[in-house]
Design a protein around this ligand. Structure first.
Ligand code: ZN
Length: 459
């Protein structure tokens, strides 16, 4: 009798609250996904291999080619429905011999070596380097106000720090990165012969942060990033001494474009295979370190999503693709090519998730989706709360997936804690030992759980 009445109550509840039962089913599956990844996850040892055995993976380098082979091999062994390479021509920039940076003729300290590194894509000074007086500015307006008369023949020193008052360090980064991206060309327009940019860093330390610069249609002048410690020193000396000189020597060079690949693994959808969900990161990195957080972590998390689905024998309703994009750092060619081919093939990408903010503790997801879609996704927030993800909110997706924007794809960014990222970003410090296994796995769990919900429910 008891059994019968329980069944009646159960059916009654199911009738009244069908969605809560669906959520309960989802929450059980999400628990299984996290448990699988936290106990059997492979992202960490695979990231170790990528960082330690392959290393820095700048586009066009032999290591980038080795990373293509490695990630293809990993996915080949996973019994996926399809693993393939997507050819893409990428820029081939090479740093060359280590850079030299020096303050000269300082009334206070005479001569002092400072840590600099060439900005990605920049031209080199060649042997002998360049030496000139320095003009410090905080922004382009200040530079323009100085005018050609003052800027001509000088080295321009862009020294606007990242805003430490911003909680979100990516916002602080975004608020200062124009100096690196456009600074060299803005200075060249007024006749400068070289540019020194304060490293985009949260801390004052001795590590220069590289990153790409984008030349406009003006003379290409050499450009370096200076460590924040070096920037503070140079700035303090310039206050009472405008005649000091700065010297730097770089040997970087841009070679003709070279063939590389996006690496793609796929599990076909069981009910709606034509609807594709992408999860990915970028396989290339800067050349100064191992690209552990940026973005080996994101790539290995994306592969882990597929591994967990296979291990748990989940047959997703929609197609899931893990994509290792090539050349995010100095060209975005992989992301552009991926979107171009998707359009040509009439593929329907309903959502794309990018992990390119480091392998730190998960915090939230951000999406560029319209309000109604965002609200639909926000219904899932309670499913993530047990795992430390407390929000799905409006915000950026990611660079590599951004070219899918005009194909009706919902772009989603995986957002871990951002407080330590810009201590390491684009420096010699971005090494495997800075990645915590559990944090990395929790990120993979969050991404896999979201992929599962997207694949079950669509958008
Ligand atoms: Zn990155």
């Amino acid at each position: 009798m008891i059994h019968k009445s329980l069944i009646i109550i159960f059916l009654f509840l199911l009738f009244i609250f069908p969605s809560s039962f669906a959520q309960n089913k989802d929450s059980l599956m999400i628990r299984q996904i996290y448990s699988e990844i936290l106990t059997h996850g492979q992202a960490y040892p695979q990231l170790e291999y990528l960082c330690k055995k392959i290393g820095a993976r700048l586009s066009g380098s032999p290591q980038a080619a080795a990373a293509v082979e490695y990630t293809r091999y990993l996915m080949d062994t996973m019994k996926l429905d399809r693993v393939f390479l997507q050819p893409v021509m990428v820029p081939h920039w090479v740093r060359g011999q280590k850079e030299v940076g020096k303050i000269l003729n300082s009334k206070q300290i005479g001569e002092q070596i400072v840590n600099v590194c060439a900005l990605g894509n920049s031209v080199g000074t060649g042997k002998g380097g360049i030496t000139a007086k320095v003009l410090e500015v905080k922004n382009f307006e200040e530079l323009k106000n100085l005018g050609k008369g003052k800027v001509n023949g000088k080295i321009v020193f862009f020294n606007r720090p990242m805003d430490a008052t911003k909680f979100n360090t990516f916002e602080a980064y975004g608020g200062a990165s124009d100096q690196r991206g456009a600074g060299p060309s803005e200075a060249a327009k007024l006749g400068a012969i070289g540019v020194v940019v304060r490293s985009l860093a949260s801390e004052i330390d001795d590590f220069p942060h590289t990153g790409s610069t984008r030349y406009q249609f003006v003379r290409q002048i050499p450009a370096v990033a200076i460590s924040t410690k070096g920037a503070e020193l140079l700035s303090s000396l310039l206050k009472n001494d405008t005649t000091l000189l700065f010297h730097f020597e770089t040997h970087c060079q841009m070679f003709p474009d070279i063939l590389s690949y996006n690496v793609i693994g796929e599990i076909k959808g069981s009910e709606k295979p034509e609807e594709i969900i992408v999860v990915g990161g970028h396989l290339d990195s800067w050349d100064l370190a191992e690209g552990a957080h940026d973005d080996g972590a994101g790539c290995m998390q994306a592969i882990e999503v597929l591994r967990a689905f296979k291990a748990l024998n989940i047959k997703p309703k929609r197609t899931i693709r893990a994509v290792m994009f090539m050349n995010e750092e100095n060209g975005l060619r992989g992301g552009l090519e991926y979107a171009k081919i998707a359009l040509e093939n009439n593929e329907k990408h309903i959502a794309a998730i990018e992990s390119d903010r480091g392998g730190f503790t998960p915090r939230e997801f951000t999406t560029e989706a319209a309000k109604e879609i965002l609200q639909k996704m926000q219904v899932w927030t309670p499913l993530f709360e047990p795992y430390g993800i407390n929000a799905i909110k409006q915000g950026g997706g990611g660079a590599d997936i951004s070219p899918l924007r005009n194909q009706n794809t919902v772009l989603i960014g995986y957002v871990p804690d951002s407080q330590r990222y810009f201590d390491l970003h684009h420096t010699a410090q971005d090494t495997f030992d800075k990645v915590n296994k559990r944090e990395l796995n929790l990120g993979a769990g969050a991404m896999a759980a979201l992929v599962y919900l997207l694949s079950e429910n669509g958008l």
